[in-house]
Design a protein around this ligand. Structure first.
Ligand SMILES: NC(=O)c1ccc[n+]([C@@H]2O[C@H](COP(=O)([O-])OP(=O)(O)OC[C@H]3O[C@@H](n4cnc5c(N)ncnc54)[C@H](OP(=O)(O)O)[C@@H]3O)[C@@H](O)[C@H]2O)c1
Length: 229
């Protein structure tokens, strides 16, 4: 009897919280896992391939996809988790330095576009389908927040790309999700309350087709299980 081939997930911008929790969930389900980040030595998870990526440098994203393909295989799930935020001075969102705005935007959206480009080209070239592309989101595209002056525009553009991908491609080939943990009243989640485990479980359910729409919002229960809105 043929042994089913292990599937591959590539997480770009993976660190100790969401990145590692998503990695652990997919490892437990038999996936091969690669995590892309700048400080690869900090990815201390057994069975995970650490891959160097700086999402502000698009050529490192292309190179990282090549490395994952050659060492693990073609990813059928890609997670874009990197993000950047510069807090503005008090009540003055446009007081952020334009250079800081540009740098954050490059992380929040330019890198995500490069990941969308390379993930879809690779899956198509190697006939891997469906590809699930999950962007870690938040509610800033839907509710502007003055503290998110550098984050919201990037997440908004990212949500736009995810929505566009959903309308442009057949879901049998590519599926796209903008997945956001929200509070019980649908708001942004204070940083200490972001649950890596709830993201891991939610992303697993998305890959398994639990949701068809691209805009996915979920709350995290006290036991870290996600509840889709
Ligand atoms: N739903 C909500 O309301 C809410 C609230 C907070 C956060 N979030 C989202 O959660 C995500 C972050 O999750 P987390 O804090 O749990 O992250 P994490 O997985 O713990 O770590 C993210 C990793 O991204 C890497 N990174 C940062 N800049 C990078 C770059 N230029 N190139 C490559 N990698 C880079 C960093 O590693 P290196 O330093 O090694 O590169 C960092 O450890 C973001 O997308 C954020 O918007 C959502």
């Amino acid at each position: 009897m043929a042994v089913p081939e292990q599937k591959v997930i590539f997480i770009l911008g993976g660190g100790p919280r969401i990145g590692h929790a998503v990695a652990k969930k997919f490892l437990s389900q038999g996936y091969k896992v690669a995590i892309g980040r700048r400080n690869t030595e900090k990815t201390e998870l057994d069975g995970v391939l650490p891959v160097y990526v700086d999402v502000t440098q698009p050529e490192t994203i292309e190179e990282a996809f090549r490395e994952v393909e050659s060492k693990l295989g073609v990813p059928s799930t890609v997670v874009y988790n990197a993000a950047a935020l510069t807090f503005p001075p008090d009540n003055d969102p446009f007081g952020v330095d334009p250079a800081d705005f540009s740098r954050d935007l490059a992380i929040n959206v330019d890198g995500a576009y490069a990941a969308l480009h390379h993930a879809t080209r690779l899956a198509r070239r190697r006939n891997v389908s469906p590809l699930a592309f999950i962007a870690t989101g938040n509610v800033t595209p839907f509710k502007a927040h003055p503290l998110a002056v550098t984050l919201g525009p990037g997440k908004s553009a990212l949500a736009h790309l995810i929505s566009l991908g959903t309308s442009a491609y057949d879901a049998k080939e590519f599926r796209f999700y903008f997945a956001s943990q929200v509070t019980d009243d649908g708001g942004p989640v204070p940083y200490p309350e972001v649950s890596g485990e709830a993201h891991g479980e939610a992303y697993w359910r998305l890959v398994n087709g639990e949701r068809a729409e691209w805009d996915v919002r979920f709350t995290a229960a006290p036991d870290s299980s996600p509840k889709f809105a």
